[in-house]
Write a protein that binds this ligand. Structure first.
Ligand SMILES: Cc1ncc(COP(=O)(O)O)c(C=O)c1O
Length: 388
């Protein structure tokens, strides 16, 4: 069959960017306000007020014009001096990104490395911190998108603080879809991004920090970076409020619309929906006999990584997925050709997960898998039938 779908009608089932609500597109299409006007300031402040409950914090939120990595960069440049010891907890590609940033800004950057697909275990963090009591900062990827592992952030945070260090958490694919309690869990530096669970195009990074992190920033020499100098952001915001540089005005319109949609649904309902979609999709794969990469007990609710069964040609699978109008993604680095990943974020509900799973089954079968067509979808229908 020739593909009826084009790039314009592909369904984005990748772990970001995601499908976007029409109200968000509509909001972004509005006439621009000048960014130093009260009209724009009102929008900015409204976004902050509506963003805070999504991560359960009262701290200010900073909306940086850049992708999620800008927030990761800002965390390190603002909190780490050359002589500071940093421990990076790394179990995937995105943990490795923070490791690379840390190595640029600290002469004492250590790594606790875990195999791809395994979660970071609190006992190992404890052990390393006992050996390195002078550690200033620990970094963690809450939801490691490259392997679909959800790391046990609250348990690790407790250990980090018991050892007098601060915690930076990359919540780029957890916040807005899964539970993040910035204040309760004592996340000192929070980072997320627009194109994942917050349902916007790429281009915004969201950051927030604790009072302890702010104190630390005041001690770090301010000659490391200019564009992501968060103390400058804090100072400007405490006055007009203004951003130091031109903000991404249209994306802020979109953010306001998306946050309204999030609150219309209710954050708790949203988290439950993401968790249910994760559960049903994983159950379908297991019913098909497909192995998951992430270890049990630590599986992400917003992205799933599945191992190609024996006999499946990965490139054929990808071609069939596209042919049937669904864009999924493969593995990164050493996982290339071994896994495929599906994002179930933002607008993914029962209708979308059933369609994605049907097409996954068909593409697997056509690419050589020995599966019983329809059995994964039947499993989802069974679970949904039993769910209120
Ligand atoms: C967990 C995680 N961290 C960092 C990033 C990098 O974000 P960006 O590509 O927006 O810079 C991503 C992107 O997929 C991610 O999933």
């Amino acid at each position: 069959m020739n593909s009826f779908y084009s790039e314009l009608t592909q369904f984005l089932a990748i772990p970001g960017p995601v499908e976007i609500h029409p109200k968000v597109y509509e909001a972004m299409n509005r006439h621009l306000y000048g960014h130093r006007t009260d009209q724009f300031r009102k929008i900015y402040v409204d976004c902050e007020k509506k963003f805070q409950p999504t991560i359960q914090t009262n701290q200010p939120i900073y909306f940086l014009a850049g992708s999620g990595s800008l927030g990761l960069h800002a965390a390190i440049t603002n909190m780490v001096a050359k002589e500071d010891k940093v421990i990076n907890l790394v179990n995937g590609k995105f943990g490795e990104r923070v490791e690379k940033i840390s190595q640029r800004f600290s002469n004492y950057s250590l790594v606790l490395r875990e195999e791809y697909g395994r979660a970071i275990k609190p006992e190992k963090v404890q052990e390393l911190l006992e050996k390195n009591p002078d550690t200033k900062l620990v970094t963690i990827t809450h939801n490691e998108t490259s392997t679909a592992v959800l790391n046990p952030l609250p348990e690790i945070s407790k250990i980090v603080h018991d050892h007098g260090a601060l915690l930076m958490a990359d919540c780029i694919t957890s916040a807005g879809g899964d539970l993040v309690k910035m204040d309760d869990w004592k996340i000192d530096f929070f980072v997320s991004g627009s194109q994942k669970c917050y349902g916007l195009p790429p281009g915004l990074s969201f950051v927030s920090f604790s009072d302890e992190a702010a104190k630390r920033m005041e001690e770090v020499p301010r000659n490391q970076d200019f564009y992501s100098d968060l103390l400058m952001y804090r100072e400007k915001m405490s006055k007009a409020p203004d951003t130091p540089f031109t903000p991404a005005v249209s994306l802020m319109y979109g953010l306001q619309a998306s946050l309204d949609l999030i609150h219309e649904e209710g954050m708790e309902n949203r988290i439950n929906r993401h968790r249910l979609m994760g559960t049903v999709y994983r159950s379908a794969l297991e019913e098909l006999g497909v192995e998951l990469l992430a270890e049990e007990g630590y599986r992400s609710n917003t992205v799933t990584a599945a191992i190609f069964p024996n006999g499946v040609d990965p490139s054929k699978f990808m071609t069939y997925m596209k042919q049937y109008g669904i864009l999924v993604t493969g593995g990164q680095g050493s996982l290339k050709g071994k896994i495929w990943r599906v994002g179930h974020m933002n607008l993914v509900g029962p209708r979308e997960i059933l369609t994605i799973t049907s097409v996954v089954e068909l593409a697997l079968k056509k690419a050589g898998a020995n599966i019983k067509l329809g059995s994964g979808v039947a499993k989802i229908l069974e679970i949904l039938n039993e769910t209120e």
